[in-house]
Design a binder for this molecule. Structure first.
Ligand SMILES: [Zn+2]
Ligand SMILES: [Zn+2]
Length: 399
C-alpha cells in the first residue's frame, strides 16, 4: 500500500485530508504503542479498565475533553473536541472497541480498533482549524459479549450524532457487512444432589438435562435455515463423578441473519431448554442478554469510505461470505453508520484464533492501524466540510 504521506487523498478536500494523514504519520509511535499495550494486556468485556484509561490519557493529551466513565459502563469513554470554526456543524462519532476474548486475548484484534479510533481523533484534532462542528470519540466496551454499545445508546451517548464510524480488522478489505442478529443465553439447570453409587435414585440430575439440551440443539440444526447459528459451551457440569450434579450451567449464542426468524429461534430454544428440564425432572432458568441486531449500513458513508480507501490502493472485496454479530449494528439503527473492515494479514486467517491474535500486533497490522485512522478521519472530514452530505445521509437513513 502507498505510504500515508506519499499518496494523494481522494477528492474533495484532498488538501485537508492530506494534513490529516500527515498528523497520523506524525503520531505513528504513540498510536502503534497504544495498540501494542492493549494487545499485551487483554481485558475481557466490561473489564477494560487499563485500555479505557490509556485511550483517555492519549486523547486528553491531544486536547480532547474526556469523560471516563461515560454513562453507566465503568469502562466507557467519551472525548469531545469542537471544530476551530465553531460548534455549528456536524457532530461525528469516532468509535473504538477494546475488549478481548476470555482465554484467547485479542483474537479479534480490538487493540487495532482502539488505536485507530484514537489515531483518527488525533488527526481530526490536528486539522480542527478547517471545520465547524464536533468530534465525539466513543470508547465502547464489551463488544464480544454483552453489547456495550446498547448500554451507551440507552445512556444517550449517541444522541445528537450525525454519523458513527468504526473500523474492524479482518483478513480482507470491505465496507459492507451483514452481521447476524444475536443474543447470549445463559441456561441453568437445578436438580437435587445425591451419592452417585449408593443412592442415585434420590437425586435429580442437572447434567442429564444439559446433555439432553445439547442433543436436541444438535438435532434442531438440521431443521435450521443456513442463515442461522446456535452454539454453546458448558460452564458448570458438576463437581465430582460420585455426586449427582444439582447444578449445571451453559452459555449459548443463537443467531440469524433474519430478524423475524431470530425471534422464532429464541422461542424454540427456550422450549428445548424446558423440554430438557422436563426429561430430567429438574428446574431450568433461561436468561437472554446482549442483543445485537442486523446492520443498516449507510450507503452514502460507505461510498465515501471506499473512495477514500481507493486513494491508498485499497480495493473493496465485497462482504464476507460468513459472518458473526456486532453491537455496532444496534448503533446503525440510531444514527447513519458504517463498520468497514481492513485486512491486517495478507493471507486467509480466521478471526477468534491465536493466529489472528498474533497477527494483530505485527508490523502489517500496525500499518493497517495507521491507515484505518487516516480513513476514518478523512471520511469524517467529508462530512464536516460538506454538511449537505450529512443531510443526505440522514435522508437515506430515514428512507
Ligand atoms: Zn471484533
Ligand atoms: Zn470478535
Amino acid at each position: 500500500m502507498p505510504s500515508l504521506i506519499d499518496a494523494r487523498p481522494a477528492e474533495p478536500f484532498a488538501d485537508v485530508k492530506a494534513r490529516a494523514a500527515e498528523a497520523v504519520d506524525a503520531s505513528r509511535e504513540e498510536i502503534v504503542d497504544l495498540s501494542h499495550r492493549i494487545h499485551a494486556n487483554p481485558e475481557p468485556a466490561f473489564e477494560e479498565h487499563r485500555a479505557a484509561a490509556w485511550v483517555a490519557d492519549v486523547l486528553a493529551g491531544h486536547g480532547f475533553a474526556v469523560e471516563r466513565p461515560a454513562g453507566s459502563l465503568e469502562t466507557a469513554v467519551r472525548a469531545r473536541l469542537s471544530g476551530g470554526l465553531g460548534t455549528d456543524g456536524p457532530r461525528i462519532g469516532v468509535l473504538a472497541e477494546y475488549d478481548a476474548l476470555p482465554g484467547l486475548g485479542h483474537g479479534c484484534g480490538h487493540n487495532t480498533m482502539a488505536a485507530s479510533g484514537v489515531g483518527a481523533a488525533i488527526a481530526l484534532a490536528a486539522v480542527r482549524d478547517a471545520f465547524a462542528g464536533e468530534i465525539v470519540f466513543l470508547g465502547t466496551p464489551a463488544e464480544e459479549r454483552g453489547s456495550g454499545k446498547q448500554f451507551m445508546l440507552d445512556d444517550g451517548l449517541f444522541a445528537g450524532l450525525d454519523a458513527a464510524l468504526l473500523y474492524h480488522p479482518c483478513d480482507r478489505n470491505h465496507v459492507d457487512i451483514a452481521p447476524l442478529a444475536s443474543e447470549d443465553a445463559s441456561v441453568v439447570f437445578t436438580g437435587v444432589q445425591s451419592h452417585a453409587a449408593s443412592e442415585p435414585w434420590e437425586g435429580r440430575n442437572a447434567l442429564d438435562a444439559m446433555i439432553a439440551l445439547f442433543s436436541s440443539v444438535g438435532l434442531w440444526r438440521q431443521q435450521l435455515p443456513p442463515h442461522c447459528r446456535v452454539h454453546g459451551i458448558i460452564q458448570e457440569g458438576g463437581t465430582a463423578a460420585n455426586i449427582i450434579p444439582d447444578r449445571t450451567r451453559a452459555w449459548f449464542m443463537i443467531r440469524s441473519a433474519d430478524q423475524a426468524y431470530y425471534e422464532v429461534m429464541k422461542s424454540r430454544f427456550t422450549r428445548l431448554c424446558e423440554a430438557a428440564a422436563t426429561a430430567a425432572d429438574v428446574e431450568v432458568e433461561v436468561e437472554f442478554s446482549g442483543f445485537a441486531s442486523t446492520m443498516k449500513t449507510n450507503r452514502l458513508l460507505a461510498d465515501r469510505w471506499v473512495a477514500n480507501a481507493q486513494a491508498y490502493g485499497i480495493v473493496d472485496q465485497g462482504p464476507d461470505g460468513t459472518t458473526g454479530s456486532t453491537d455496532m449494528a444496534n448503533v446503525s439503527w440510531a444514527v447513519p453508520a458504517i463498520h468497514p473492515d481492513l485486512a491486517i494479514t495478507d493471507r486467509p486467517t480466521p478471526a477468534h484464533s491465536t493466529e489472528f491474535r498474533d497477527a494483530a500486533a505485527r508490523p502489517r497490522a500496525d500499518e493497517t492501524v495507521l491507515l484505518a485512522a487516516t480513513l476514518v478521519a478523512q471520511t469524517a472530514l467529508d462530512l464536516l466540510l460538506d454538511p449537505s452530505l450529512v443531510e443526505r445521509a440522514w435522508e437515506e437513513f430515514r428512507g
